[in-house]
Design a protein. Structure first.
Length: 501
């Protein structure tokens, strides 16, 4: 529905005659009561009257159907909530020991001779860790923890950008031999943007060239501070080689869960399941195999499940050890078969009562996805969400992702940006790093595209980054002159950044 002089007049309480005059002055065009007004102009005039104009695109019938379905199916009864295990992701720079740590944790937890052994069936698993009973001091209370083996922080943020929030705690691994590296900083930025709790594992402390103190100082510079320095981040020293500190890491996770996340780590196990697909693929003998994380309720063998645009009955279900199971409760990752098609990683899944419901919603999703993909092709650089009126309306914090060719430039530009002030909008450098603008930077921007600006200094965006940004509302700009970069950020702050021609 277009905005007209009449509807705008009603919305902002300005007489139509007065409004037409104001519009004439703004656009040098004549307006009747039913003339359409473009959003930018309407927003500008609304802002002058201190009114925030929000124009909602009309949703399609399919979108409404899916929304209604999801809202109803996700309703949980707060009376029935019980504690659930934390879901943990390990992130960090390549080679700093993510895989080794996960391996060590898993091996130490699987009893020798257990069926399935340590062959990894799915990229997610549960471990149980014993903690002390506060009354007897004995290690008797068993607490489960779920680990997700996501291949990197890109995957992590991609899931979040698509609305799938599966992680509660991010363990940031830093090798004491190398210290903080670019991907460490990225991982921290991603975890912060996702608003998950962070635990730091300083790994490889066994190595002769480990420098724990230097690594700690570098982490403090990223504003990761332990409690004795006024922060609330737990630091653990580990060696995935000797096993040193693994127990401490698991304790730290349970402490985090208890102290900072107790209210979030709740689920009702006695309702139909819903959760998120972690990965899925087609096999020749078993058909579609999907690893899903149950987030609420209990998934049972024979349940009718809808997953993205696919559905079916759960024909078989395996846990992380490859054992057949009949039910899976909250925070449990399971491998299921029975879906009619391959869903996307990060599609939501729901157990539903009727096959017809599943079929109906699956069809709506398919239609919605098809339409979304038709709308996708416009060049990145033409779209600039930070254009005049919009930023004046909504943005209170301008987030910046800064990439440059050298450490010196990053620091110089960051300093310049920090000098910029504006009474209503604050600037926050979400992430600053050396090298090309990558897919991961775009992922990060996608979590809040309307108020995030990606700027590159003497670097360009790589193909994967451009591909991901294509057709999405991302502000991405490249510069060779620091002055121009800073000036544009200033313009964005003031809401007068012009789109690139
Ligand atoms: P990822 O890329 O972060 O998953 O790192 P990996 O787990 O693959 O480890 C990279 C290398 O570092 C491998 O050669 C590991 O054996 C080694 N490594 C990992 N953790 C430790 C550790 O605690 N101490 C030592 N000395 N080496 C380690």
């Amino acid at each position: 529905l277009p905005i007209t002089v009449r509807s705008l007049s009603e919305a902002i309480g300005m007489k139509t005659g007065e409004l037409s005059k104001r519009l004439l002055k703004e656009t040098s065009q004549l307006y009747g009561n039913n003339s359409p007004v473009d959003f930018e102009t309407a927003a500008l005039i609304a802002v002058e009257k201190n009114i925030e104009l929000i124009v909602k695109r009309q949703k399609t019938a399919e979108e409404l159907l899916i929304e209604d379905f999801e809202r109803l199916t996700r309703e949980v009864d707060s009376e029935k909530l019980r504690p659930r295990p934390p879901v943990v992701t390990i992130m960090g720079h390549v080679d700093h020991g993510k895989t080794s740590l996960l391996d060590k944790i898993r091996r130490s937890n699987v009893a020798a001779g257990e069926v399935g052994g340590i062959t990894q069936v799915i990229r997610a698993w549960s471990v149980t860790h014993k903690i002390e009973d506060p009354e007897t001091g004995e290690k008797v209370i068993e607490r489960p923890i779920t680990f997700l083996d996501t291949p990197g922080h890109e995957a992590f943020t991609k899931m979040r950008a698509r609305g799938a929030n599966v992680t509660d705690i991010a363990v940031i691994v830093v090798a004491a031999t190398d210290g903080v590296m670019p991907q460490t900083e990225e991982a921290v930025a991603h975890a912060r943007a996702a608003d998950v709790r962070i635990i730091v594992a300083i790994n490889k402390v066994d190595a002769p060239n480990a420098n724990v103190d230097r690594t700690r100082r570098q982490l403090y510079n990223l504003e990761l501070l332990p409690d004795d320095m006024g922060g609330d981040i737990q630091f653990v020293e580990t060696s995935a080689l000797t096993g040193q500190g693994i127990d401490d890491l698991l304790n730290a996770i349970l402490i985090e869960a208890e102290i900072n996340l107790a209210d979030d780590l709740q689920a009702d196990p006695d309702r139909p399941a819903f959760g998120t697909c972690l990965e899925a693929y087609m096999t020749s003998d078993e058909g579609v195999m999907a690893t899903v994380l149950v987030q609420q309720g209990t998934l049972k063998l024979g349940d009718i499940v809808l997953c993205g645009a696919n559905f079916g009955r759960v024909r078989s279900m395996q846990n992380d050890l490859g054992l057949s199971i009949e039910e899976a409760g909250p925070s449990t990752p399971v491998l299921i078969t029975g879906l009619g098609g391959v869903p996307n990683a990060d599609d939501p899944f729901y157990a539903v009562d009727e096959l017809t419901t599943a079929a109906k919603i699956a069809e709506a999703r398919e239609k919605k996805d098809r339409e979304a993909s038709l709308n996708r092709f416009t060049a990145v650089k033409d779209i600039d969400m930070l254009s005049a009126a919009k930023s004046k309306l909504k943005i209170t914090e301008l987030k910046i992702i800064l990439k440059a060719e050298a450490r010196g430039s990053v620091e110089a530009i960051r300093k310049e940006l920090e000098k910029l002030t504006h009474e209503e909008v604050t600037t926050r450098v979400l992430h600053a790093g050396i090298g090309a603008i990558t897919e991961s930077d775009v992922q990060l921007a996608l979590t809040s595209p309307q108020d995030t600006l990606i700027v590159g200094f003497n670097v360009t965006a790589d193909d994967a980054a451009l591909k991901l940004a294509e057709g999405r509302e991302i502000s991405l700009r490249e510069y060779q002159i620091i002055y121009n970069l800073v000036d544009d950020v200033k313009a964005a702050l003031e809401g007068r950044l012009k789109p690139i021609e």
